[in-house]
Design a protein around this ligand. Structure first.
Ligand code: IVH
Length: 702
């Protein structure tokens, strides 16, 4: 075999190309072996990438010569069936938002209050650009990149390792003293403007779909089953945090970033440590000023408390850390015409007006729908069909109508009012009156309940949504199809679809857009969900006020599906101990408790839940709880706390696996009483509940 390694690709003839492809296949495979199995690479990442790029370029020029053993087929191997699920050892959270200086001030004050810091105490906060891409968690074991996962629902993402391996900027292996055995590096994968333009130009030339913006292009490129496609797209990366911030043994977030740089990860150069709100705002303005020159999209600035010890104390609320916030850039705006107002009926019967717009590009995305919220909002802005309106879009938020351009209003325009009957079922649509305040609810609701087909369809959409049953291949479109055909009227019907399909005149596999393989995949996906975590099960029912976090609180408290269901039925009597217990669960309260009991008081809801439990098993969720001296105990705090704020005390107790309740009952195990404690202390003493001072409590929890 003659040496073809130095021949320019343009000058290769077919015979030389074949010989070069064979040589590259062997060479790359040898380096893979050295790198992945022997821990002993001979060449740099850049040289290795160059080999793979040469291989791809030759394959593109001589597509007929692509070998069965080609590396382009091997990494990411033969196209995968789908993405594997990847559970995150530490959840990937989101961030709360700030929109102006006041919000930033509030954030810093909240942090100070929570930590009981006085005005003189220094508080360093790191400001860094918020990259508009996709968050990724990279797992390194003994210094080697072993897994890359998308954020997903924060707890479970998708395994995209095969695609991440094609990104040059991400080190595949890191070396250094004191490297932890196993840890996650988190950051943002994005596409730079130039690469985005080049990709769209190529897509257009090949008659392929063009992407609306760099973020979509990055997401589309990363979600390829065939990694040779990802390899052709240029993706980039900025590292911004560790999964478990404590793992390096350093004291500050800024030290973590320095370590990332030393390991060869890109860290955003506009990052700065600030010591006051003024400095944060100054950095925000500096970044905003440079935004258009960066060459990639950012949508705000993230502020993070620098001290990792303080971060740990601050902890999280729901899905966002208390120690960080995203200060978003002002939304982008455009003017367009409102063609119509469409009424959507939600799963709880809420009528939502949606603006149908003449399509307009706002911040790189074509917008044709915008939210109008409710009729009070329409009246306040006096929005009328035919008006020219200012539309704004910020990040992932649904576009909104800011105001009407009154100069352009047509003379013939008429005041708009929401219909007082449901457009889907014709039942009266009413605004409830709150008996306590006698005020009208802002939302008009269809009173059709179970007879309204739109509500039923929306309940089904919620049932299969991401944080609920999340059935692969069974999304909103499939709900519309099966509900329209009347094959699926209630959630339980989904699980008998397969059995009934045989008896139908036209079984699914003979319908347009379906085939034997896709149908059998759908049945598999449905069957896979016959066992589900209790929190997802509860959330899937779509009970008003019961979101994913509340569903988790309920699953944590009651443990088993039967116990939970029985408790919900017993709580129907609002004077019962079961209702008292429900209302006392931290994070639940009166509104949620009543919403739950109303739901179960409706016979048809209960029938649907029983029917579902016939075909589905809702399993207890394993909550990772630190076993501590107070795990499982119910604690109440009362009086003034002097060593930490009330919020910190509560968060700490919960972290240690205790339940924090608002009032003392026979179920209370510990009352922590500070100076000024009154009726709760008295009640605890009457009930013989253990009473501790704040210091005694801290000694107990260590
Ligand atoms: S920190 C627990 N830093 O913003 C804090 N996030 O809304 C986790 N993002 O999902 C996030 N740039 O995809 C952080 N410098 C940055 C970021 C950043 C972009 C994204 C990230 C996350 C989302 C949160």
């Amino acid at each position: 075999m003659s040496d073809t390694s130095n021949i320019d690709i343009k000058s290769l003839d077919e015979e030389q190309a074949l010989s070069e492809l064979k040589r590259l296949a062997l060479e790359i495979s040898r380096h893979d072996q050295l790198y992945y199995q022997n821990d002993d690479p001979e060449i740099s990442d850049a040289d290795y990438d160059a080999l793979r790029k040469r291989n791809l370029a030759i394959e593109e020029k001589f597509p007929k010569l692509v070998l069965e053993t080609s590396p382009s087929k091997r990494v990411g191997a033969a196209p995968l069936e789908g993405f594997e699920k990847a559970a995150h050892a530490v959840p990937m959270l989101s961030l709360g938002n700030a929109f102006d200086r006041d919000d930033v001030n509030d954030f810093v004050n909240r942090v100070r209050r929570f930590l009981s810091l006085d005005d003189e105490a220094l508080l360093s906060i790191v400001a860094e650009p918020k990259i508009d891409g996709l968050s990724i968690s990279l797992t390194y074991s003994k210094g080697e990149l072993v897994r890359a996962a998308t954020r997903g629902d924060g707890r479970v993402g998708e395994d995209v390792t095969h695609n991440i391996l094609t990104i040059n900027e991400i080190p595949k292996r890191i070396k250094g003293d004191g490297l932890p055995d196993l840890f996650d590096i988190r950051g943002e994968v994005y596409m730079a403007h130039d690469d985005f333009k080049a990709l769209n130009a190529a897509q257009e030339k090949e008659g392929q779909k063009v992407f609306a913006n760099p973020r979509n292009a990055a997401a589309g490129s990363l979600r390829q089953l065939d990694s040779s496609i990802t390899e052709k797209r240029t993706l980039k990366f900025f590292a911004y945090s560790l999964g478990d911030a404590q793992v390096l043994g350093v004291k500050h977030h800024s030290d973590v970033l320095t370590q990332f740089e030393q390991w060869g990860f890109p860290v955003n150069p506009l990052t700065k440590i600030c010591c006051s709100v003024d400095e944060l705002i100054e950095r925000y303005e500096h970044i905003a000023l440079n935004r258009s020159e960066l060459g990639y999209d950012i949508d705000g600035v993230v502020y993070k408390v620098d001290d990792l010890g303080l971060q740990e104390r601050l902890g999280f609320v729901s899905r966002a850390p208390r120690w960080a916030i995203a200060h978003k850039f002002e939304a982008e705006k455009a003017v367009t015409q409102l063609e119509a107002i469409e009424i959507q009926v939600g799963r709880t019967g809420a009528l939502t007006p949606v603006a149908k717009l003449v399509p307009v590009t706002v911040g790189g995305v074509v917008v044709s729908n915008a939210s109008l919220h409710n009729e009070d909002e329409i009246a306040r802005k006096d929005v009328r069909v035919g008006d020219f309106v200012v539309v704004q879009r910020a990040g992932d938020v649904i576009p909104q109508i800011v105001e009407v351009v009154l100069d352009k209003r047509l003379e013939s325009s008429e005041l708009y009012s929401l219909p007082d009957v449901c457009p889907a079922c014709g039942s009266p649509a009413e605004r409830a009156i709150d008996p306590k305040t006698t005020r009208q609810d802002v939302v008009r609701r269809c009173t059709g309940g179970f007879i309204c087909p739109a509500q039923a369809q929306e309940r089904l959409k919620h049932f299969v949504s991401r944080n609920a049953f999340d059935i692969e291949g069974f999304g909103e479109k499939q709900v519309e199809l099966f509900h329209g055909l009347e094959w699926v009227k209630t959630p339980a019907d989904i699980f008998s679809l397969e059995a009934k399909d045989e008896d139908r005149l036209t079984s699914l596999k003979n319908m347009d857009g379906w085939g034997e393989k896709s149908v059998s995949k759908l049945w598999d996906a449905i069957n896979e969900r016959r066992t589900i975590d209790l929190d997802r099960f509860i959330f899937a029912l779509g009970i008003r006020h019961v979101g994913a976090t509340t569903a988790r609180d309920l699953a944590r408290h009651y443990g088993e599906a039967d116990k939970w269901l029985q408790a919900m039925i017993s709580a129907g009597d609002e004077g019962s101990a079961a209702f008292e217990e429900l209302q006392n669960i931290d994070g639940i309260g009166g509104v949620v408790a009543s919403s739950l009991t109303h739901y179960f008081a409706e016979k048809r809801n209960l029938e649907q839940v029983y029917a579902l439990l016939e075909v589905v098993t809702a399993e207890p969720v394993e909550f990772e709880e630190v076993a501590s001296s107070v795990t499982g105990q119910t604690v109440v705090f009362t009086g003034k706390l002097e060593l930490m704020s009330r919020a910190e005390a509560k968060a700490q107790a919960e972290r240690l696996g205790a339940k924090v309740a608002g009032s003392v009952s026979a179920k209370t195990n510990i009352l922590v009483a500070g100076p000024g404690a009154g009726s709760k202390l008295k009640k605890a003493e009457e009930l013989g509940v253990k009473v501790l001072t704040e210091q005694e409590w801290l000694d107990l929890v260590g």
